[in-house]
Design a protein. Structure first.
Length: 317
């Protein structure tokens, strides 16, 4: 994401500390390392750590006591709301979402428990899930992996929020969608503003007639997202009079070396894009590597924008 301004280092430290608190690495009431210790750990000035601690204090996660140090705040005793999350708790992006939810619930004095689903739930009724839902005041449902259990969840929990990680139709009264459409449009307009006209889209899955090298894909849900995002990108390029300058590249389910060779060839084509939008920061990382391999400097010769905040983002900073 060479054109996008990264978070300040103190914001990154604050987010990292929040993840550690939410995961239980730092328990409520425990004393945190001193500013000097954390400064040495992160290789920054103690003032940077103090700024991070101030962010955590404002979030209600940390208590700063003069001459004693910083402590993890305890949940407010008067609020004991129990919120459950049903879905993928461990996948690269889903884990970040789960940890962020933990932090948000904890800041409001509640607690969040997770029911992990590695793959889409196949059975409409799951006995152990019913026990997990008992006593919950609200449920957050990962509709990608637990959408088929929505009726069972809604019958046991009064308040249900659906979380969709792509292009979705609303399946619950309240649905939160990670809006890929809006992200693509923001990225595209940002690149156009910086003078780019030949812009490519990097994705994964079964390509349609605008992308070569088809491959069999079992995951129909993600294939639907791929096609929807490609259509949206084409629509936006058409509306800006840039359809003839559009290109797309599909990363297949193949060996990394093969994918890197095809990507390098794409970036060296006579009509190669001067900028690309990647529907995942891990795909942006692959573009960085291929660009370096063929001698394309980023961002001088190629601008790269990644959509989706995953752990790989740190490798691009």
């Amino acid at each position: 994401m060479s054109d996008a301004s990264p978070l300040f280092i103190f914001e990154r430290i604050a987010d990292e500390m929040e993840r550690k608190i939410a995961s239980g690495e730092y328990a409520p009431g425990s004393r945190l390392p001193t500013d000097a210790e954390q400064a040495a750990q992160y290789g920054v000035n103690p003032l940077t750590v103090r700024k991070a601690m101030e962010i955590l204090r404002k979030r209600g996660l940390v208590i700063r006591q003069q001459r004693r140090g910083s402590f993890v705040a305890k949940p407010k005793a008067e609020t004991t709301a129990s919120v459950v999350y049903i879905g993928n708790c461990e996948g690269h992006m889903f884990r970040n979402l789960f940890v962020a939810l933990q932090g948000a619930v904890q800041r409001h004095g509640g607690r969040l428990s997770g029911y992990h689903c590695e793959h889409d739930i196949k059975e409409p009724v799951i006995p152990d899930l019913q026990g997990f839902l008992e006593g919950a005041s609200a449920a957050v449902v990962d509709l990608v992996h637990a959408g088929k259990a929505l009726v069972q969840i809604a019958s046991a929990v009064k308040r249900v929020v659906g979380l969709e990680t792509g292009i979705a139709e609303a399946q619950t009264p309240v649905s939160v969608v990670l809006d890929h459409y809006a992200a693509i449009e923001l990225a595209l307009d940002h690149l156009i503003k910086h003078g780019h006209r030949r812009i490519g889209f990097i994705t994964w899955g079964m390509p349609d007639d605008r992308v070569a090298n088809p491959v069999d894909i079992v995951d129909v849900h993600f294939q639907r997202l791929v096609n929807a995002k490609l259509r949206r990108f084409e629509y936006l390029m058409t509306g800006r009079g840039l359809l003839e300058n559009m290109s797309a590249f599909c990363m297949l389910n193949e060996q990394p070396d093969s994918s890197q060779r095809r990507l390098a060839s794409y970036l060296q084509d006579a009509n190669a894009p001067t900028a690309v939008i990647c529907d995942g920061d891990f795909r942006a990382q692959a573009v960085y590597l291929s660009a370096a391999h063929v001698g394309l400097a980023v961002p001088e010769k190629l601008s790269v924008v990644g959509i989706g905040d995953t752990p790989w983002t740190r490798q691009l900073a």
